[in-house]
Write a protein that binds this ligand. Structure first.
Ligand code: SF4
Length: 459
């Protein structure tokens, strides 16, 4: 059996692509190995979104190329967004690469491995995986991502994604629901819906209310305990969708809505629109229709034209908005975007300082919000050992998405991995909560947890 080692980089949307490729490989009889040094074939599924992601992808390719020169590896395949951007350069400058596979070719992975560069790819510009695509999950057993559409029809000035992945095409509600059922049959309890813009779902097939319908349909999938919506676009958030979210018991009271900035002139320059006042009004409405909802957003600092006044506007907004979770990116100019011509006038150290200031501000807000959980008993999806110590089992409550938000660290009780259990929260930190599973007797390891939290958040 040929052994294949896989490196998957980038966002959850790319991870779904990796899982579809792994599904095909398993189906065709390849053995997937976690030990990369043993693999005869290495596949690197890359990200090409921003500078840091590109660097990470190139480092992974170089690592795989070194393994090909020294170890068991006979074939190196590079896939994903970086291929869409730099296919010719990669093939010309890295002779160790045997074949490149674009984002629309992923279901041909087994044929490409079988024949290398000799295989004639048959690119399908409208490619979209379906519930019939084989998929091998790589996430913890009870949680999975589900991609509801591919591509993007927006033209945000900083973003190269539409160039890499094409215009939006959405799966049908039936296809998404069928995949959700398949996932539940495999033991999945929680699904995270992803797309470039989930709130644009269905517009390409003429139904602007498709996401609302999908939410209500997923509400009827037996055994699906939680599902959540990521990557909502602010001006596409309809009242109908918010009501569906509020009225569907297994739709988590959680919304991830990247806003990117809050200064009106910057948002205009980003070709997105909106303002601090408009966004505050929107958040007020979201919280009114869906009480108790956890909100996450992302922002970019250092976009061309972000002076101190514009940054102050963003900072004031973050203070007022009181998000549960915030992610901050520093701007990086990307070829092929409309903002590329504006250069990169904000110095890197200013970007880093602004990022730090926002994160410090958010840390205080998050800590105060987490404090409100102390003394409450809540449902927690128990996921397994903490990456930093086997002494602690970790889980997440409904308001914590996988990988990007904090965890609930279980320091007492008897956690049952891959189940949802009642946990009493006994302590709060800025990112994580500490809890005890109701009834049971796991040895307490609070000291180990404290060390892990300090190491993680620099407290
Ligand atoms: S909505 Fe904007 S930022 Fe998001 S993928 Fe589309 S173009 Fe990029």
């Amino acid at each position: 059996m040929t052994k294949v080692g896989f490196m998957s980089l980038g966002c959850p949307k790319n991870l779904v692509d990796s899982e579809v490729m792994l599904g095909h490989l398993r189906l065709k009889g390849y053995q997937i190995t976690p030990v990369l040094e043993d693999a005869q074939v290495l596949v690197v599924n890359t990200c090409g979104f921003i500078d840091a992601a590109k660097r990470e992808s190139v480092e992974a390719i170089l690592q795989a190329a070194a393994m090909k020169q020294q170890g068991a590896c006979e074939k190196l395949i590079v896939a994903g967004c970086l291929v869409e951007r730099y296919r010719d350069e990669l093939m010309a400058e890295m002779p160790e690469i045997d074949a490149c596979l674009g984002t629309r070719d992923i279901e041909q992975i087994a044929e490409v491995i079988g024949a290398g560069a000799a295989f004639e790819l048959n690119p399908n510009p409208d490619y979209l995986y379906t519930e019939a695509s084989p998929r091998m999950l790589t996430t913890p057993k009870a949680s999975a991502y589900l991609k509801i559409s591919e591509g993007c029809d927006h033209a945000c000035a900083f973003c190269v994604i539409p160039r890499l992945r094409g215009g939006q095409r959405s799966r049908s509600v039936e296809s998404v629901v069928a995949e959700a059922r398949n996932l539940v049959a495999q033991g999945v309890l929680e699904i995270s819906l992803v797309a470039q813009d989930t709130t644009d779902y269905g517009r390409d097939f003429g139904d602007p209310d498709a996401l609302e319908k999908l939410v209500r349909a997923l509400g009827k999938v037996a055994g699906l305990r939680w599902f959540r919506i990521h990557y909502a676009y602010p001006n596409r958030l309809t009242d109908g969708l918010l009501h569906a979210l509020a009225e569907t018991p297994n739709c988590t009271r959680y919304l991830d809505m990247p806003l990117q900035h809050a200064d009106a002139s910057l948002l205009k320059a980003m070709a997105r629109g909106g303002s601090r006042a408009q966004f505050l009004k929107l958040l007020e409405k979201v919280r009114r229709i869906v009480p108790g909802i956890a909100l996450r957003s992302n922002f970019i600092v250092g976009f061309p034209g972000e002076d101190e006044a514009a940054f102050a506007e963003l900072k004031a907004f973050v203070q007022e908005a009181r998000f549960d979770h915030v992610g901050i990116f520093t701007y990086s100019p990307e070829e092929g975007t409309s903002a590329y011509a504006l250069g990169d006038p904000v110095p890197q150290r200013t970007k880093e300082a602004r990022k730090r200031r926002l994160l410090e501000l958010q840390q205080k807000i998050a800590r105060a919000k987490n404090q409100a959980f102390v003394g409450r008993t809540i449902d927690v999806l128990v996921e397994g050992a903490h990456e930093e110590t086997d002494l602690i089992v970790k889980g997440r409550h409904q308001g914590q998405a996988p990988d990007i938000d904090g965890n609930v660290l279980l320091v007492d009780g008897t956690p049952q991995v891959n189940t949802i259990q009642q946990v009493r929260i006994v302590k709060a930190h800025a990112y994580d909560l500490i809890g005890e599973v109701e009834a049971g007797g796991l040895e307490s390891s609070t000291a180990a947890y404290e060390a892990a939290v300090r190491a993680r958040s620099g407290i």
